[in-house]
Design a protein. Structure first.
Lengths: 285, 531
């Protein structure tokens, strides 16, 4: 449970770069007999997204209780087709106000491949209160020369620990302080190796360099012995090997390969699990 | 019906007022933010759901000499939001009969399945005969639930010649099939004690069941909708349903019904105020999904879970809650050497009010067997070979003053035939509970059977390296096993017999179950013996 917004945010103040929609009083209580003291808002007020499968766009729905009695409250979400939400329901206990205790749940917004650029609405409803968050779907940005080919593309893994997300190491976030709460990939099989993590593309790419960021301190918590592999039909072929790594950032170069997927096959890592902050792939410039 | 009443979802206005008076205003919490125009307290529809709503089976629990709680939850599409229900309140008819064919129905009535309670139904049937088998079922619209067996407790002064019960815990669904439940169900015990970790708040995308990589199975449950959905997923398992359908359950929760190793208001680095919101969500979903009575209905983040159930003069079950009132784990949790902090007499695993309630209740007991049904091991668990000692901070070892007060109190008050039943460890650990575990000649005052997990920890083996160390380092420990399974117990006024049922495999759906061993305790002699 992340308490993401403070009481100041209720007033619609710009907090941490997130624009808040104006909160509104939710007029319906259980039983329909009295006004509820539940306030609901969604943030940000508008989002943009594209089809990249591992660049999840999310919106946060917050419920807070301005009354003196505890309540359970709910909000529901509906996305305009073809957008898909990771979930459509939010029900939670809300302790009494003073101090304010907003409770937030995040909802992933998935843009299926083939979605036409344009604006699609996500409607958030709690009681009689309704908010609309417009999602602007943009074309996938053209990758300039030297761009990271893995960014936002479909991640693949031998397993992913329940506290992490599969996309966590292709999301462009290498900040160690965001480990586990926002970003990063951690396999699910403690003390069992090998593990693997990679990215696959809908079309063939040319790749000659893979850059990895592992968990620090890398000597005790990072990946140590691993192979870089490219997919060749149904099999994986090793194009580079690293043994005894102790660095956070590892750059691996190899002769250019035409492939639809790359992965790192991890033979050993410190701290029981394989952990990556980010995997990046590049082609010749 | 005169002698029966449903729990909060369908309490009459007068009863509901009483209920609120007893348990505090917060107990009446309903879900706010309902759709406009819906007034669930008054409008119960008799119209049918489109699909069979009884996908989660039925259950019964907390038997009394004259009654039992009947449970079901409507969920035509169990993993969908709201279980596939709309936001209307549904009328659900229930009936309970003396025979399997329902030709002698002894009670029937109508309950409401309300959206505020996840469309669960709890009926507290009274007016039944003691120590009798009964059969019950629900219907709504044109759909009829599975029929299930339950059994009442004996009369207060009745001394049954024998009774049977099962002891189960820890069912991480991605780690194994619930083969042990299938075996348990076939035995038609008088009652099943479930000692926690009914669900897990997380999952694993490489589990043994098809579809285990579904994010809905692996995500951390935090909100009420997420906990409700996690229960729905677990409860779709046919073996688990069978275990509910053949016997009443007496359930307590452990950590994973909320989050790993929580202690009172503490869970990892989560701020306590945030954790209490999660705890309130978890407790609400727990009550909704278990056959529990109104006094167990949570008031926000608080739930009166510790309670006592009497089986006449043969047995009394003190069901404990070692999570909600405990002091936080010391020494950073994990497995550590005992020290001044673990022995601190100001710390408690039960909280002092519950400690008093337990010892006073045991003192007042007029039953032969005094059973503690709870979460984790009371016994000393030294886990390191050789001279060092390292014990789990989360078990009673991390609260040894509580252990000393309990075992010392049992000895001082001359309480006989105390048997501790617990889970949590994912292994069978049978121990004599002595006043001083470091002294082999110390007086044994109670017996402990820690049951293994239903599925958590996958297949396991008869005795793993950790189990061998435990047996070597803890002479008071008499038996260990590291397979999955449960304990099937039979007690008479003279003898307690624990039969350890173990699965050869749980990572495949067609594992087989066999008896690993039987151990016994004679009335009046706390030491464990081989049968």
């Amino acid at each position: 449970m992340k308490k993401t917004l403070t009481a100041a945010a209720v007033a619609g103040v710009l907090t941490a770069g997130v624009t808040l929609a104006a909160p509104a009083q939710n007029a319906v209580a259980a039983g329909g007999t009295s006004r509820s003291d539940v306030v609901m808002w969604a943030s940000p007020a508008a989002v943009s997204a594209n089809e990249l499968p591992c660049l999840p766009t999310s919106i946060a729905v917050t419920l807070t209780n301005t009354g003196t009695e505890p309540v359970f409250a709910e909000a529901t979400l509906k996305a305009e087709a073809p957008l898909v939400l990771s979930d459509t329901l939010f029900q939670t206990y809300l302790p009494p106000n003073n101090p304010a205790h907003p409770v937030t749940k995040s909802f992933g917004v998935l843009v299926p491949r083939g979605t036409k650029p344009g604006t699609y609405d996500i409607t958030v409803t709690s009681g009689r209160h309704r908010e609309v968050v417009p999602v602007t779907v943009q074309p996938i940005p053209e990758r300039g020369p030297g761009a990271n080919l893995a960014y936002g593309e479909q991640a693949i893994a031998s397993s992913t620990h329940g506290n992490f997300t599969l996309c966590g190491a292709v999301d462009g976030d290498r900040d160690q302080s965001h480990w586990s709460t926002l970003t990063g990939w951690n396999d699910a099989t403690r003390d069992v190796f090998p593990d693997w993590y990679g990215v696959e593309w809908p079309t063939v790419q040319t790749v000659d360099r893979v850059e990895l960021w592992t968990k620090t301190p890398a000597a005790t918590s990072g990946i140590r012995d691993f192979d870089i592999q490219v997919r060749d039909g149904d099999t994986w072929r090793t194009v580079a090997q690293v043994v005894g790594n102790t660095e956070e950032h590892v750059v691996t170069r190899f002769p250019a390969e035409r492939t639809d997927a790359v992965r790192v096959l991890i033979h050993f890592a410190g701290g029981n699990y394989s952990r990556l902050l980010e995997l990046e792939a590049y082609g010749p410039q | 019906m005169e002698h029966s009443s449903s729990l909060p979802p369908a309490l009459s206005a007068a009863t509901r007022r009483r209920f609120l008076t007893v348990t505090g205003a917060a107990a009446g919490l309903a879900l706010s933010g309902m759709l406009p125009g819906i007034s669930p307290a008054t409008a119960a529809t008799t119209s049918a759901t489109k699909k069979d709503p009884f996908t989660l089976g039925v259950a019964s629990g907390d038997p009394l000499p004259d009654g039992v709680v009947l449970w079901t939850r409507l969920a035509p599409d169990p993993l969908a939001p709201l279980g596939g229900m709309d936001r209307r309140t549904y009328s659900v008819q229930w009936e309970i009969a003396a025979d399997e064919r329902f030709s002698r129905v002894v009670k029937r009535g109508t309950a409401k399945a309300e959206p505020e309670y996840g469309h669960s139904v709890h009926v507290d049937v009274r007016g039944l005969q003691p120590a009798r088998d009964y059969y019950y079922r629900f219907r709504t619209g044109g759909f009829v639930s599975p029929a299930a067996r339950t059994k009442t407790a004996p009369a207060p002064e009745q001394l049954l010649p024998s009774m049977t019960f099962a002891v189960a815990s820890c069912q991480a669904i991605w780690e194994g099939w619930f083969t042990a439940h299938r075996d348990l169900a076939a035995r038609h015990h008088d009652v099943v004690l479930f000692l926690g970790d009914y669900i897990y708040e997380f999952g694993n995308d490489r589990g043994v069941r098809p579809g285990d990589d579904d994010p809905l199975r692996t995500r951390q449950t935090v909100t009420l909708d997420e906990y409700r959905q996690r229960y729905a997923y677990y409860k779709t398992d046919p073996d688990l349903q069978a275990a509910h359908h053949t016997a009443p359950w007496i359930a307590v929760l452990d950590d994973h019904e909320v989050v790993d190793n929580w202690a009172d208001r503490y869970a990892g680095s989560t701020p306590p105020d945030d954790f209490l919101v999660r705890r309130a969500n978890a407790f609400r979903a727990y009550w909704e999904n278990m056959p529990l009575r109104a006094p167990q209905f949570p008031a926000g983040p608080d739930m009166q879970l510790y309670r006592r159930l009497r089986y006449g003069r043969l047995a009394e079950f003190s069901m404990l809650d070692t999570r909600q009132y405990r002091d936080d784990q010391v020494n950073g949790d994990g497995i550590k050497a005992p020290n001044a902090a673990t022995a601190d007499p100001t710390r408690s695993i039960l909280g002092f009010p519950q400690e008093r309630w337990l010892l006073d209740g045991l003192t007042a007991s007029r039953s032969t067997w005094n059973v503690l049904g709870h979460q984790t091991a009371i016994t000393l668990l030294d886990t390191v070979s050789g001279p060092g000692v390292a014990v789990p901070m989360d078990a009673w070892d991390g609260y040894s003053a509580s252990r000393d007060r309990l075992l010392g109190g049992i000895d001082e008050r001359g309480i006989q035939n105390v048997v501790s039943l617990a889970g949590d460890l994912h292994r069978t650990v049978v121990s004599d509970l002595a006043l001083d575990f470091t002294d082999p000649d110390s007086k044994v005052v109670a017996t402990e059977f820690v049951g293994t997990s239903i599925s958590s920890a996958q297949d396991g083996e008869d005795l793993d390296a950790g189990g061998r160390v435990l047996l070597e380092e803890n002479p008071h420990m008499k038996f260990g096993n590291f397979q999955r399974g449960y304990i099937s117990c039979e007690i008479t006024p003279d003898l307690w017999t624990s039969e350890f049922r173990v699965c050869d495999r749980v990572t495949v759906p067609d594992g087989t179950v066999s008896t690993r061993t039987k151990l016994a305790v004679e009335s009046g002699a706390a030491a464990v013996q081989q049968v």
